[in-house]
Design a protein around this ligand. Structure first.
Ligand code: ATP
Ligand code: MG
Length: 362
């Protein structure tokens, strides 16, 4: 199947789509500042490991902003998504626990957020069936993120779940009628697919779902220590929970270049610029000024400053995480409440969908 997958859209079309998503994200951010009561947020992770600083700056920072604006928050642990690109699921329960601890340690309030595992919500999963009828196979095969993930995982034959997981993700978002989704750049094709599913369902069966928008951060694509997207699956991550020493060791091995003078130039020096940007995000400064301050300190100077910046910025999160992980009942309780709440929401939405489709029976 991979040999016959349709090509991705040309770069110009892809960047036009990215531009449109950026503009929509900016407009949504402005609207949230003035009318937060109009919004409901859903976002989440695949439970494939503990979270990293790419998650924090790409999505979690925006979740916290929404939470402080009193926007309703739902967090999904997409456990079925784990088996899209790997043979065995691994320690899903352990990863679910890690991801929840990371979110709570970052400041997500478990009394206000609905945190759930999507395999625990059958009515959500049932939405996948009508939604699959609204998309074409060619459309699914064009999804650039699915293709990239398959390549990264070394997959030569994409399985049916991997091909269709963007539609599953549409169900994850639409089951609760979320209209804002804080995500990194890699998720944009999936949010676009969700918008298409919502639009087609509404056109066919009557207005039911909102068309959700991605909320992008100022750092929608953090690179890992090898210079490619930081990803749990790739071993190129700086985890939020790492100790100061583990962080120093990871950063020491990060890819830079041979030029001694440090500059902030994302186009021609992406790896160096990524490290400078991370310093700026942790310290709250301007990346150009930070690069100038490091000056001819080279990769060594850059990495020392970044190590200090990360260790200082995340010290409170790490301390909170250590406290939370000492009590195993915390995560169990959060999930039990979250799964019950998510089931209630999903059943109401599925009832509405069946009604719209004329599938109500005695
Ligand atoms: P995996 O390798 O298992 O796919 P991942 O690191 O890509 O893991 P996900 O659970 O797939 O993490 O993604 C969770 C959220 O974090 C998504 O919104 C995604 O866009 C965002 N995110 C993940 N990696 C980055 C990154 N490097 N920079 C910015 N945002 C990111
Ligand atoms: Mg991913």
């Amino acid at each position: 199947m991979t040999s016959s997958t349709p090509p991705s859209p040309p770069a110009s079309k892809a960047s036009a789509t990215y531009q449109a998503a950026l503009e929509r994200s900016d407009a949504i951010a402005a609207r949230i500042r003035t009318n937060p009561e109009e919004f409901k947020m859903l976002t989440g992770e695949r439970p494939t490991g503990a979270l990293h600083i790419g998650h924090y700056f790409g999505s979690i920072a925006n979740r916290l902003k929404l939470q402080s604006s009193n926007v309703e928050i739902l967090l999904i642990l997409a456990d079925y998504q784990v088996i899209t690109d790997r043979e065995v699921a691994g320690d899903i329960r352990g990863s679910v626990r890690d991801v929840i601890l990371d979110n709570l340690a970052a400041g997500i309030d478990p009394d206000r957020a609905t945190i759930f595992t999507h395999s625990s919500v059958p009515a959500l999963n049932q939405l996948l069936l009508p939604f699959l009828s609204l998309v074409s196979v060619a459309e699914l095969q064009r999804n650039p993120t699915v293709k990239e993930e398959a390549t990264t995982a070394g997959i030569t034959s994409i399985n049916g779940l991997m091909l269709t997981y963007p539609v599953h993700q549409a169900a994850d978002i639409l089951f609760c009628k979320a209209n804002v989704v804080p995500v990194g750049r890699d998720q944009l094709p999936h949010i676009e697919q969700t918008r298409v599913v919502a639009r087609r369902f509404n056109d066919k069966y009557g207005a039911t779902f909102p068309e959700p928008s991605a909320l992008l951060s100022e750092a929608p694509l953090i690179l890992g220590t090898d210079g490619t997207k930081m990803s749990k699956s790739k071993g190129n991550v700086i985890e939020l929970r790492m100790s100061a020493d583990e962080t120093a060791k990871k950063i020491k091995g990060a890819k830079t270049d041979s030029e001694r003078q440090i500059t902030y130039d994302p186009q021609s020096r992406p790896e160096v610029a990524n490290l400078v940007q991370l310093i700026a995000l942790c310290e709250g400064g301007d990346p150009y000024a930070i690069a100038e301050e490091i000056g001819d300190g080279g990769g060594g100077g850059l990495k020392r400053r970044l190590t200090d910046a990360i260790n200082t910025h995340f010290a409170p999160l790490r301390a909170r995480r250590a406290e939370l992980s000492a009590d195993p009942a915390i995560v169990d309780d959060v999930l039990a409440r979250g799964n019950a709440a998510a089931n209630e929401i999903a059943e109401a939405t599925l009832d509405e969908v069946r009604e719209r489709m004329g599938m109500t029976y005695p």
